[in-house]
Write a protein that binds this ligand. Structure first.
Ligand SMILES: Cc1cc2nc3c(=O)[nH]c(=O)nc-3n(C[C@H](O)[C@H](O)[C@H](O)COP(=O)(O)OP(=O)(O)OC[C@H]3O[C@@H](n4cnc5c(N)ncnc54)[C@H](O)[C@@H]3O)c2cc1C
Length: 539
């Protein structure tokens, strides 16, 4: 009964026959049932379950379909649409701050001339990928995963959560799978981060967080204060300044800002003379190389890079904006993500006085606005708290392995993809210094290589096992924005040596994940014995 159940069920559960939303659709693998509003729900089994239908989840499904065509899979998505971040965030001006040649998938050319892209176009690109490849048929929307428990005896994950019917009723669901691939992003979806804001309750105007932008908010003709200085704030300020009476960006301390063209001339020229796929590939590699070179230069020559950025800011802003006070951070460039402004839109809004920037500390909110510690008062009708995200590993899913609770913060990260001591689980976490998709593509292709390797070996279980290596560094090093500092304890740690290091380098990962041996000694392959007692395994 126990042994090799994953394999036998694999033949029964077909991803293609799986219904798309909400229904159990479970002719396969009915073994036990959990009570639901509509009666007992049978437990379905998949070879792979993907958590999340954002950029990475669709990437993962594409790779599974292309490289592991025999595997059944489903995507569990808590929301009602694909797109993740690019569907959730709806604030004015929402756009990428990476170029879309590297933010696009390796397998699907980005064809718009805009390489710094509006969020809606990114959402359409992800949706079109899911639709045209038939991936959307395998997404179970409104399925929020809460727990996953691994059983070594059965070599499978039991995945549980809550699903929401279109009428809002909620009920539990349970599925099993041989491999769990977390594409749940890196932050909490339910609410963004808002720090203690003294006196906020006294403010008579409207307060909004960019993560929950109200559809009915009309800021035209209003005085707006945007609290924050990160990527979201520098996007919002010029966008809102188009119609607002005035927009003030209120920052506690400055951030490095760089202006880049919103369109890529080289990419357009390549598209004009080469077939689309080749133009995209070349443009992508050009940008990977450029990004890597600029990042390395900034880390090696921080003063030179900083001076270059300040020169650009002075040139763009003119004499009326105090660059030393508002655009000269205390940290070196790239210790936090560099804020990109396409075609200098932020600088133009400031130069044309449709917006202004104030650096200071909030003493208290008043009925009409914000009073700063300096005594200055900023009057406002609308305050936007662009104060960031709450980072959350693995979509908040609680993990258990053979009855023991797993705290990811106490585990080592294997190649930035798996967790030490946790079988058959991989997660996508992109780069902090380059486009997320570059890493997502590599991880998804590597997971497929791993699954095919396991099939060839006849192994049902793979467990990253560190022999002697212990935690030596946080998951991300030398990168210190507040949202990362607040959450690093929850993330797995790096060891001293490969494969327990997490590189923020596409080239190194392309070698390690693309070409490195799967059977590297750190991955232990096993299967339950046909008549194994609980916990017994053969290696
Ligand atoms: C405003 C903003 C701008 C950004 N701009 C860039 C950029 O320009 N370049 C860049 O490289 N990166 C950027 N990022 C990072 C961005 O998140 C990635 O680019 C990319 O969208 C991540 O894709 P993902 O699919 O891994 O995660 P997400 O887009 O976060 O998608 C995760 C999906 O998983 C679902 N999910 C989560 N938990 C569960 C659960 N427990 N059960 C079921 N479903 C679950 C979510 O609902 C969501 O649909 C930006 C992030 C933000 C917030």
């Amino acid at each position: 009964m126990v042994a090799h159940r994953g394999r036998s069920q694999k033949r029964q559960a077909s991803a293609c026959s799986a219904p798309s939303t909400g229904s159990s659709g479970a002719e396969a693998g009915v073994e036990s049932g959990i009570p639901t509003l509509a009666g007992p729900m049978p437990v379905e089994h998949f070879d792979v379950l993907i958590v999340g239908a954002g950029l990475s989840g669709v990437d993962a499904a594409h790779h599974l379909q292309a490289l592991c065509p025999g595997k059944s899979y489903a995507i569990l998505e808590q929301r009602e649409r694909v797109g993740g971040t690019w569907d959730l965030f709806r604030y004015p001006g929402i756009r990428s701050d990476s170029d879309m040649l590297t933010m696009g998938y390796s397998f699907r050319p980005w064809t718009s001339p805009r390489t710094i892209s509006p969020g809606a176009e990114i959402r359409e690109y992800i949706e079109a990928t899911a639709r045209e490849e038939g991936i959307d048929r395998n997404v179970r929307f409104r399925h929020a995963v809460a727990r996953a428990s691994w059983s070594s005896r059965e070599a499978r994950w039991n995945v549980e959560g809550t699903r929401r019917a279109p009428d809002g009723r909620e009920e539990p669901f349970a599925l099993t799978c041989g491999f769990l691939l977390s594409c749940a992003g890196y932050y909490r979806y339910s609410a963004g981060y808002t720090p203690e804001l003294p006196g906020l309750e006294r403010f008579a105007g409207r307060v909004v967080h960019p993560q929950a932008w109200p559809e009915d908010l009309d800021h035209a003709g209003k005085r707006v204060v945007v609290v924050g200085s990160g990527a979201t704030a520098v996007t919002l300020v010029p966008a809102m300044a188009k119609t607002a009476a005035h927009v003030t960006m209120l920052q506690r301390s400055p951030t490095w800002v760089v202006s880049m063209p919103g369109r890529d001339g080289v990419a357009s020229a390549l598209r004009a003379v080469l077939p689309g796929t080749w133009a995209y590939r070349l443009g992508r590699w050009k940008n990977v190389a450029l990004q890597t070179a600029l990042y390395q230069a900034a880390r090696r020559f921080p003063r030179l890079t900083g001076n270059g950025l300040l020169r650009q800011a002075r040139r763009e802003l003119g004499p009326d904006v105090d660059v030393a006070a508002h655009f000269t951070p205390r940290y070196p460039p790239w210790e936090q993500r560099l804020c990109l402004v396409p075609d200098g839109d932020l600088f133009a809004a400031l130069r044309e006085r449709r917006a202004s920037v104030v650096t200071g500390t909030i003493e208290t909110f008043t009925e009409n606005g914000i009073r700063l510690a300096s005594g200055e008062v900023l009057e406002a009708d609308v305050v936007v708290t662009a104060t960031g995200l709450v980072m959350q590993p693995l979509g908040g899913v609680e993990l258990e392995v053979d009855g023991g609770v797993v705290d990811p913060g106490t585990r080592l990260s294997y190649k930035g993809v798996m967790l030490s001591g946790v079988p058959n689980l991989a997660a996508v976490f992109g780069y902090v210094n380059a486009s997320w998709t570059l890493k997502a593509d590599l991880v998804c292709a590597w997971v497929c290589r791993l699954l095919n390797h396991m099939d060839r070996r006849g192994a049902l279980q793979v467990t990253p096992t560190s022999r002697g290596d212990g935690p030596a560094a946080p998951f991300v090093e030398g990168f210190t924005p507040g949202y990362v500092r607040r959450a690093l304890a929850l993330w797995p740690k790096q060891g001293r040596r490969a494969p327990w290091r997490v590189h923020q380098s596409y080239f190194r990962d392309a070698v390690s994940l693309g070409w490195g041996r799967i059977d590297d000694g750190a991955l232990v392959f096993s299967s339950p014995e046909p008549s194994a007692a609980p916990g017994d395994r053969v290696e």
